[in-house]
Structure formats: C-alpha cells, structure tokens
Design a protein around this ligand. Sequence first.
Ligand code: SF4
Length: 360
Amino acid sequence: MDMDDVPTQQRNKLPDHLERQRTRVTCKADAPTHTQGFQYSGAFAAMGVDNSVSVEKFCNSFKIKINRLTEDDMEFDMIGVDASIANAFRRILIAEVPTMAIEKVFMVDNTSVIADEVLSHRLGLIPLDADPRLFDHISDDVPNERNTIVYKLHVSCEKGSQRLTVKSGQLEWLPEGSQLLMASAAQGEKQKTYTSFGQSQKNISGRSIGVKYKDITIARLGPGQAIELEAHAVKGVGKVHAKWSPVATAWYRMLPEVVLLKEIKDGEAEELVKKCPVNVFDIEDLGNGAKRAVVARPRACTLCRECVMGPTGEQVELRRVRDHFIFTIESTGALPPEVLFTEAVKILEEKCERVISELS
Ligand code: SF4
C-alpha cells in the first residue's frame, strides 16, 4: 500500500503502544488486558507491517535455552512460539509420550489388610526403570519379551515377628518371563506360563530393569500375613491412564516483565521492596541518603499483583512476553526430562506429517 504521508523510517514498524499490545500481555490490578494475540496476517497491513506466520520467520526467532537440567527435572526457555505450540508440547508430554506401567496383577496370595484391587492400583502407580522405546505396545498379541515386563513380589511376615513394611524395591524383575503356570496342560504337552518369551529380556535392555524408586511403601504386613503375586507391565500413554504419564508435571509460564513507569524513591521505594514476597525489587543507593527502587529479579515474579495495588500501583506495570515461555518438565523417572521433550517433538512432528498426508 502506498503511504507517502507516512515517513519512510516509520513504515514496517508499529507504534510503541501497538507493538506492546502485539507482543505483551499487560496484567492490571483487577485483570489482564490484551490477552488475545493478533493472529490475522493482515492485522497491521495498513501500517506496512506483515503479521503473517512463515517458516522463515519461525526459524529466525525460535530459540531454546536450558536453564537447569538434573536427572529428574529441567527448566528451559522456549522463545519465539505461540502459546498453542507450547501448550501442545505440555499436553503431549502429559498424555502421549509412552512409558511402561504395571497393568495386570496375578494374585497368588494376599492375606494383608489391603484389598487385591487397591494393592494392584498401587503397583500400577510405581514408576518403573525401563526404557519404553525398547518395547512395543501390546494389543491382542501374546505377552512376549517385546511387549511385557514381568515382576514378582513374594514377601511374608513370620508369626511372632515385628510388622513388616513392603517396599517397591522388593519387586523382582523376571527377565525370562512369567513363572506362574497356567491351568494344567493336556498329557504330553509342555505346561505354559502367562507369557511366551523367545529370549531373555537382558538381551533387549542391555541392563537390569527394575523400579525407579526403591523406597515406595506398597503395604504393611502383620505377623502371619503374606503377599505373593506376579505383575505384568506394558507400554501405554497417559491419556488412557495417568499411571503411564511420564511426567509428574509439565508446565510453563510466560516470561515476566516488570517495568517501573516512574522513578520510585525513598520511603515509597522501601515500601515497594517490602510488598514483593519474592524480592523482585531492590534498593539502589543514589548517595546523600537518597534511594530508588530498581527491578532486580523480574523472572522471579509470580504475578501476585501486590505491587500494582496501593499508592505505588500506578507506577509499576506488570507484563508477560507473549512468545517467551519458561517451561518446566519433572520426569517420573522412566526417561530423563530432555529425552521426554525430544520424544514430544517427534510425536508433534508425526502428527503434522499425518495432517499433511491427509490433506494431500
Ligand atoms: S506481582 Fe508480586 S511477585 Fe511480581 S513483582 Fe509484583 S509483588 Fe513481586
């Protein structure tokens, strides 16, 4: 569009207030404003600004910056994506990245006070130390070394002894498959077990399979009580049952931006510093006893909005950067958090490919 009346240097650039509305959510004392993004490609065409989405723009702006990485949890910044993409990763992590979990329990003996179904449910929720990428989903197949992991639990509390606590570490992995014999076979036939392993699972995993945490209490046994069972773990996803979810939690928040609209000095500055429960503000000494408030740790802001209430409220603006997410993944232990994220990326990629192939 020809806009000779607009000076050349101002074309392709939005005025500050519009740029702020496009890229930030502003959090007022009562409610946030400009929460809705500008999705329409021609939203700013009149000002010569192209608001369309393109792969090139995405490649130029997308960044991942890892802030913290431990065995079980990670925090990283995901920059240059829409909230819908960040949310897609969160949902895939919770519901679609597969893990192994106990699905069937063959109860041989249970004289503890816990009912069979409650005990089975508890076993299902124990995080297993098994790489799900090495296993297949079980459908109508016979349980075999590629789709089932077998654990055995056989504990008893002797009469006259102290009460016994049964812990998850007492679950014993059976790499050769089930040891429970099915109903007696016909004469001459070999007696079958509840799995049909063609080889030892040691050859598949290359390491020992067990439980992630050995100190989870499963039951308490009194004198004379016993539990004997066999538990079969299979591959599944969190949208079927939460026990298959690979994350304790996966969540994100938009990057906080705390801006002082005016200089806040002396007593008001001290009051502002005291208001913030997470020490976002600091006092800067200006000499001669003068002080002013500065924003020292904006990432720590929890959006409690204390600072935008009261007399200093008009002088502080709380914003959130619309395309910058602080993402946290807490793994339950089956896979390290960084692997979980790459698995989530692969799943999203597969979904996109499916849509493209359906369209074409
Ligand atoms: S919103 Fe709360 S946490 Fe954030 S800067 Fe203000 S007082 Fe601190």
